[in-house]
Design a protein around this ligand. Structure first.
Ligand code: F6P
Length: 346
């Protein structure tokens, strides 16, 4: 029986295991076994594998994280030896191809693998929902659900104590989670990286709510947000990091509001952070991951490699990796416009 390979690349998210399980089940239908590479492309370069079967995947549908481990290492970028090892290891397993479950930069790595002769099909995942070429990614729905629950809970305490509660959501450079959870959680102000924040306008909204007897305000802000007149994203760079880990913009907003009107508001900041990435996937994510898994196996075995499975206009589709790699998907302007009916923005 020939085999296909599978790996989870980049940051984890809920629904990865559901996709792995679906690939194993569909591969079985098509008389293929499945080899899992541990820790993404790193595991391919180092030939660290695990044999996957129905026996070791049947019960992982609702489990968060990835049984294969995750890593964003890209052997094709700057390490010639690792790149050659990855190709050699792929060939030594005599695989029909590789299914890469990843976000936008991982789809770039997948394309590099394809260009090195490894037939690849991508499955889009990330809580950020910023992968080009698909309407939705695995993990987004669960993250929105988690963030919505957090906003719901913070709202009741904000109301009881007349507080201005700032909730910082993840999402890197785009506000998909902030917008979706902000609408679902009934936030009063929603601030996203798509539009620089006008602190004075935020302060005016909070004051006008007070003037109308609403002493509390819930503000949702996406971690990648910037302020008008500045070009800074807030976060921390740890030694060895290739990119900045965002976090802290909520605190900066609180400081700026305090500076505008010292002592006026009871400001509180909650950074919900990695809670949004962990835990069990929602039923929507389980179904999406399961359908993506089935379609990815079919695409690989039917010769449609070089593509990423996707949902476009509500239907399963394939998007060429060349149209995905190196691109990012910002929040739809129509959705941003709709937000204004429910919340102030700036
Ligand atoms: O891409 C998913 C994501 O959770 C972003 O929302 C966030 O900025 C980043 O990953 C955090 O990554 P790390 O766990 O490496 O700090």
């Amino acid at each position: 029986m020939s085999s296909i390979g599978i790996m989870t690349v980049g940051g984890d998210c809920p629904g990865l295991n559901a996709a792995i399980r679906a690939v194993v089940f569909r591969a079985g239908d098509r008389d293929r076994s499945v080899v899992g590479f541990l820790d993404g492309f790193e595991g391919l370069a180092q030939d660290r594998t695990v044999a996957l079967s129905k026996a070791n995947t049947w019960d992982i549908l609702g489990r968060g994280g990835s049984i294969l481990g995750c890593s964003g290492e890209n052997p094709f970028r700057d390490d010639r030896e690792a790149a050659d090892a990855a190709v050699d290891n792929f060939n030594s397993h005599r695989l029909d191809g590789l299914i890469v479950i990843g976000g936008n930069s991982s789809m770039g790595t997948a394309l590099m693998a394809e260009e090195r002769g490894i037939p690849v099909v991508g499955i889009p995942k990330t809580i950020d929902n910023d992968v080009e070429g698909t309407d939705i990614t695995i993990g987004f729905d669960t993250a929105v659900q988690t963030a919505t629950e957090a906003i719901d809970r913070l709202r009741t305490t904000a109301e009881s104590h007349d507080r201005v509660m700032i909730v910082e959501t993840m999402g890197r450079d785009f506000g998909w989670i902030a917008v979706a959870a902000g609408i679902a959680g009934g936030a009063d102000i929603i601030l996203t990286p798509e539009e620089p924040v006008d602190v004075e306008a935020v302060a005016r909204t909070v004051k006008s709510r007070q003037d109308n007897g609403l002493e509390f305000t819930v503000i949702v802000i996406g971690e990648g947000a910037t302020f008008r007149g500045e070009d800074v994203q807030y976060g921390s760079q740890r030694p060895g990091d290739r990119y900045m880990h965002l976090s802290g913009v909520g605190r900066v907003l609180a400081d700026k509001l305090e500076e505008l009107d010292p002592g006026r508001w009871k400001l509180t900041v909650s950074v919900i952070g990695h809670l949004q990435r962990g835990g069990s996937p929602t039923s929507t994510d389980r179904i999406l991951a399961s359908r993506f898994g089935v379609r990815a196996v079919d695409a690989l075995l039917d010769g449609s490699h070089g593509n990423m499975v996707a949902i476009r206009d509500g239907k399963l589709a394939l998007t060429p990796l060349t149209e995905v790699a190196g691109k990012l998907k910002a929040v739809d302007p129509e959705l941003l416009a709709d937000v204004r009916t429910f919340a102030a923005t700036s």
